[in-house]
Design a protein around this ligand. Sequence first.
Ligand code: ADP
Ligand code: XUL
Length: 536
Amino acid sequence: MSNKKRAKYFLGLDSSTQSLKATIIDSHLKVVNECSVNFDSDLPKYKTTGGVHRGKDGLTVTAPAIMWVEALDLLFQKLRKQKVPLGKVAAIAGSGQQHGSVWLKKGTLKILKSLTPSRTLKEQLKNGFSVEDSPIWMDSSTTKQCAQREKAMGGPQAVADITGSRAYERFTGNQIAKIYQKNRIGYNLTERIALVSSFIPTLLIGDYAPIDVSDGSGMNLMDIRSRKWSKKALDCTAPGLSTKLGKPELSHKVAGKIHLYFVEKYGFNTDCLIIVFSGDNPNSLAGLHLQRPGDIAVSLGTSDTVFGFLSKPVPSASEGHIFVNPVDPKAYMALVCYKNGSLTREYVRNGSASGSWEKFNSYLRQGKAGNDGNIGFYVKEPEITPPILTTGISRYDSIGRRVKSFPPATEVRAVIEGQFLSMRLHGENIGLKARNILATGGASANKEILKIMANVFGVPVYIAKQTSSASLGAAYRALHGWICSRSGKFVPYARILSSAPPFKKAAVPDKKAFAVYTSMLKKYAVLENKMMVQSA
Ligand code: ADP
Ligand code: XUL
């Protein structure tokens, strides 16, 4: 048999805020296909904007769970149309936007087990949800439940010490508490609460797939050291929760074999393994091979995140998150998350650069490091880091006076510089001191933005060939999980990375610009503090 015939493929799926993406690699980590379904444009009937529905209160943000179900069929149809040999896929792993929850109604397990290819997934699962609109990571409506958790568990530091983070609005445990308090009927009708990441494999195996320990760290419910649900954290959330959640599982384990639905409908092999899915940031960590302290990633997607490898967790009551590491079950990762990422940059681009990235970049080229002392805070969405719930734009001139507007070139530079100054400040606060930066996410395609990133952090910035590190990392994890399963033991992740393509240097720091930003950081921190006091 020729090598081509025997070739095995590994599929990574990423259910992100705006799209469902697939990345297929061969066993040498070479990308053989990428494909995606965009929720707004490919499934317009759900009327989402950026993949979500926003509530009138400015705090509630949800997405219809059935849209993700339909997207999965659509993605496989697209792959079939492109004649991708799905029968050669030996394993699938995946990634999901973190914290979002999917509420499966009593009786849905039965439906999942008996999925039939003669009907679509959507037709079969349309009545499968006890709460149809899934709260997602952009939701900020659970401040009350966060306060209740911190009170019940002994304060923010006590919550952080156990779960890796103080209570955060978007964290699933606080979302669950809100649904229990406000929609008791929905809660009682629920058979399983999945994360977005455990929901997709649930469809793929036709059974409830476990929540993995890494994405499970983003719930305020799991003990990040024992990797089990914390009784204390469950007890102050809602009754009967551990049964509804199932047991957390290590991220490299097998969730099950693919359901016949996908074999018969799309030509998958009956032996195709479904590896436990994880969160998008954990998968990006895997895709960017962050294995040493100082290897930092900056992801510029719908959310902006800064994250890196961590061997010893030091959870903070004031900021940042510690998650279990998805590819090294003994290690951890640290993460800082921003809601004002790409959509806020787009807002400034639309307002000041006629909606064009080219014009936006020409303005960036016009200005110089430090923006002549002008600093702006662009809080279009209630922010996580620092916690500013009141939205609005605040601009300060070189002597710290509040000003109403900036000229377009100053405005464009202010949004980018402000975002990176904040990342440097808050990343360092939780131990993420960069030696190198790997940039990823949609906006990492923008070289002018990367130049400013290198100058603010004072380190070189690298990029991968693909900007979608979460689905790539998921494909790597599919291979890793498949190898672990075949060997019957945990195989170090580093071993599978030996044939990974090298990263490309995309920007180098300018020493003078770095010095400008280092002194600007102090001023930025003072202004940020002032903003927080004002919004409290
Ligand atoms: P997600 O977090 O949903 O996976 P992506 O990582 O795919 O999102 O990033 C999507 C975002 O990338 C878009 O919202 C867009 O603003 C941004 N983007 C794409 N191209 C550019 C560019 N050239 N410059 C800046 N931002 C860009
Ligand atoms: C991380 C977070 C976001 C989402 C985006 O804590 O909330 O980065 O994972 O999909």
